[in-house]
Design a protein. Structure first.
Length: 327
């Protein structure tokens, strides 16, 4: 029996190389040896205000990008979260078992709510409960995510454990799977901040659909430091981040890369980096163009994905409802 994998991505903003290197690339590779379910989490997206037309378009765009990156609908289930209502139902039930104290410790809520704590939606606060439902409803064993989602996956695991200790074995305990390299790609404009879809700075992120000209210009402007040496030194976050991006796209080792750029300047390195990323994204961008030429194709794949996910989710929900004594 192959292990069950579940992971999700929000259809907001533009998908960037952080999402790709921290998550999507691994999802594609894991199709070989795991039983995979991937989800476009539109219900998570609406925890902050969204323009309905843009959201609808972004859901198709992200789906297209996942398919173009190599998610194969024959081997993996790909669907939209709101198409399987059992996620929301289980989230409600989990809400009744997750202590407030656990939720209050979630660092991403603290960051996202900032100084606006009274104004943000209850949904934003409750976001990790819905994420726990996404994971637990498919008896997920492995959750491949970037580092920023680790705490949320741990909350899902703690929730499963708590529920099981009250009602007996009900949920499978999930584990996060975080890549060794690429789990936390930083912003190009500020390498002390994670690359994020919600940052609006034009020079913050390399998006998967950026043209070669844009990629070259963004890397040329990326923040580095006043030193010269091109080395993997974590104390120099700008160059370290760029080197990490080079490492993941080129597949070369740290030593090889340092030797390659020995005695060269930042300008030369940035040019080489842009080319390796442009070449790395080229096949994905070409497949994306082909796929989106027929807009009905993506919708058909998503509808089929939901058809396959629904019975799996319904089975777990029924098991939980019975344990609790509902109905
Ligand atoms: P989201 O949409 O913010 O990000 C999707 C994936 O990309 C990873 N990621 C990064 N990795 C490396 N460097 C970065 N700068 C970077 N930014 C983002 C994220 O860690 C994630 O793996 N809450 C989730 C979506 C979700 C989910 C789930 C994930 C909903 N339900 C269940 C797993 C399981 C989110 O907002 O991801």
């Amino acid at each position: 029996m192959k292990k069950r994998v579940f992971s999700g991505i929000q259809p907001t903003g533009d998908i960037h190389i952080g999402n790709y290197l921290g998550a999507i690339k691994y999802w594609v590779a894991m199709q070989e040896n795991y039983d995979n379910i991937f989800c476009i989490v539109d219900l998570h997206a609406v925890t902050v205000p969204q323009d309905p037309k843009i959201l609808h378009r972004k859901i198709r765009e992200v789906s297209g990008l996942l398919l173009a990156a190599g998610i194969d609908p024959k081997r993996s289930i790909l669907f939209i979260q709101s198409h399987v209502c059992a996620h929301s139902e289980l989230a409600w039930l989990l809400n009744c078992f997750i202590p407030m104290g656990w939720m209050q410790r979630m660092t991403q809520f603290k960051e996202k709510s900032g100084t606006q704590k009274e104004q943000v939606s209850v949904g934003l606060f409750d976001y990790p409960a819905l994420m726990a439902a996404d994971i637990l409803i498919y008896d997920t064993q492995v959750v491949p995510v970037g580092e920023d989602q680790k705490q949320h996956v741990e909350l899902a695991r703690d929730t499963a454990q708590r529920f099981n200790s009250i009602y007996g074995e009900t949920f499978t305990l999930p584990e996060p799977l975080i890549p060794n390299v690429g789990a936390r790609i930083m912003g190009l404009d500020d390498p002390t901040k994670k690359m994020s879809k919600s940052e609006t700075g034009t020079n913050h992120a390399i998006n998967l659909l950026d043209t070669p000209e844009i990629i070259r210009a963004k890397f040329a402007r990326a923040t580095t430091d006043s030193l010269r040496e091109i080395r993997f030194d974590e104390k120099r976050p700008g160059i370290y981040n760029l080197l990490t991006i080079y490492q993941t796209f080129s597949g070369r080792s740290k030593e090889e890369i340092e030797a390659q750029f020995e005695g060269k300047g930042y300008g030369d390195f940035k040019k080489a980096l842009a080319e390796v990323v442009i070449e790395g994204l080229r096949p994905l961008q070409e497949r994306y163009k082909e796929l989106t030429a027929d807009p009905t194709r993506i919708d058909a794949i998503l509808a089929e994905g939901a058809e396959r996910a629904r019975p799996l989710a319904a089975k777990t929900l029924e098991r939980v409802q019975k344990k609790i004594g509902l109905g």
